[in-house]
Structures are given as structure tokens and as C-alpha cells.
Design a protein. Structure first.
Length: 249
């Protein structure tokens, strides 16, 4: 399984449970992260979080977060980078890692509609298709056909305690119709790992508005209700390909 996400902590918040689940089943897991430079504190936090989840070392593209100039000084914002350049880099990671399943952001950019999330969704969709074609990005390695592509998402009925939590700090709630969530995964068995990975992003625990900080101020029962279920939209599935809940190594 290969995650393709915009920022350090997206992987833990949105798919930490399934990453831990698949690693526990013996599958290789890794995450491509579009923003923040490799010498930043958040890169170190990401490395710790991925280790907690049983994933490979970080694969940072090193672009600038659209909302943080200090994330990668001198680099363009991820949401502004040339599309062909962005797709080529993700294609290279797909061809090198050779995943069965790719997981990324949904078309809304998750609940808050972050421009980096939307850009990542666009790039991941194009990269999965391009990675399989010999005549595209030949310099990025041998073609590889990913079997399944999923987008993490939030259905209307699954927002629960998360809604008031985000609205309380002025954040938006961009949810999808329930039928868009084609895979619902109970990650209770991996909840301790998921929460430990989220807490590894320590810089996000000290401010008021980041979701890890909001979650850290909740009682354990409410936090568990928010984190124990992960929702996905199946965007692509090859015949006979394994789904999120039955992937075998």
C-alpha cells in the first residue's frame, strides 16, 4: 500500500488505521508526502509516525505548504507547481515501490478543502494511470499497474463528534453523500498505533486549530469514536484486485 498525501500528519489522521492494519498483515507500506522540506522538524515527526505505523521511511517531495511559507523556503507551493512535474515525481515513486493499492485525498480536499489536498488528489489520479503506460515518463522507471485506488473521505452520516470539533475553531465541513463512501474500515484494533502516530506530529499538538491538537484535548471515549472508523471511496479497481479489508502480502 502506498499513501499519497499533502502534509505530514495527513497519513496518520486519514489512513493511519489501514496503514497499520496492512503492515500487521505483512504488506509493505509507504507514504509519499508532497510538502515540507527534508530538513524540517515536521519531516522528523513524519519519520517517527511512519515507524509507529510500520511503514517505510518518508518519501518527501519537499514543496511548500500553501499556508506555511517556512515549510520549504525557496520552493514553489505544491498547489502551484507545474502539473507535469508533480505527476512525474509521483509516477517515479509508484514505479519504484510497485504498490497493489494507492490511497490519497478525496476530490473535496477532505473536510477543510485545503488546496494542497485537492492538488494531491488530482496528481495521484493522473500518476496512477500514467505509471502503467510505457510511453509516459519513460525516465521514471519500468511501468507498473496499480490494482486499486482509494480516496479517503468523510460521508455525511459519519461526521459525528468531528463536526462540532472543527466548527468550534471555524473550520469547514466538506462531506460527501453516504453512497460515495464505498469502503468503511473499523480500525479499532490498530487505534493505539494510529493515535501514537498522530501524537508523533508534536508540532501539531501545541497550537489551537490543528486537528491533532483538537483531538488531544478530548476525553478518550470521544477521541476513539472519531478515530476508530476510516472511510474511503473506491476510484479504481482492477478485476480480482484485493480491497482495503482483505489485502494479503
Amino acid at each position: 500500500m502506498l499513501g499519497v498525501f499533502a502534509h505530514p500528519d495527513d497519513e496518520s489522521l486519514l489512513a493511519g488505521g489501514v496503514l497499520a492494519q496492512h503492515a500487521a498483515a505483512g504488506a509493505r507500506t509507504a507514504v509519499v508526502t508532497a510538502t515540507w522540506s527534508q530538513d524540517s522538524p515536521r519531516a522528523t515527526e513524519l519519520s517517527t509516525a511512519l515507524a509507529v505505523l510500520g511503514a517505510d521511511a518518508p518519501r518527501l517531495l519537499g514543496y511548500r505548504d500553501a499556508r506555511n511559507k517556512a515549510s520549504a523556503p525557496g520552493r514553489p507551493r505544491w498547489c502551484d507547481v507545474d502539473l507535469d512535474e508533480a505527476v512525474a515525481q509521483v509516477v517515479a515513486h509508484i514505479r519504484e515501490f510497485r504498490p497493489t493499492v494507492v490511497v490519497t485525498h478525496d476530490v473535496l480536499g477532505q473536510l477543510t478543502g485545503h488546496p494542497d489536498h485537492r492538488r494531491t488528489h488530482q496528481v495521484a489520479l493522473l500518476a496512477v494511470e500514467a505509471a502503467a503506460l510505457t510511453h509516459l515518463y519513460a525516465e521514471a522507471g519500468e511501468p507498473w499497474q496499480t490494482s486499486a485506488l482509494y480516496a479517503t473521505t468523510h460521508p455525511h452520516s459519519g461526521i459525528g463528534d468531528l463536526g462540532p470539533l472543527l466548527q468550534g475553531v471555524g473550520k469547514t465541513l466538506l462531506t460527501v453523500p453516504d453512497e460515495y463512501a464505498t469502503a468503511t474500515v473499523d480500525v479499532t484494533a490498530w487505534l493505539d498505533q494510529k493515535w501514537a502516530a498522530i501524537r508523533s506530529h508534536r508540532s501539531q499538538l501545541v497550537s489551537q486549530r490543528p486537528l491533532p491538537a483538537l483531538l488531544s484535548r478530548l476525553d478518550g471515549e470521544r477521541r476513539e469514536r472519531i478515530l476508530r472508523t476510516e472511510y474511503f471511496t473506491q476510484l479504481r479497481m482492477a478485476p480480482g484486485a484485493p480491497g482495503l479489508r482483505n489485502l494479503t502480502p
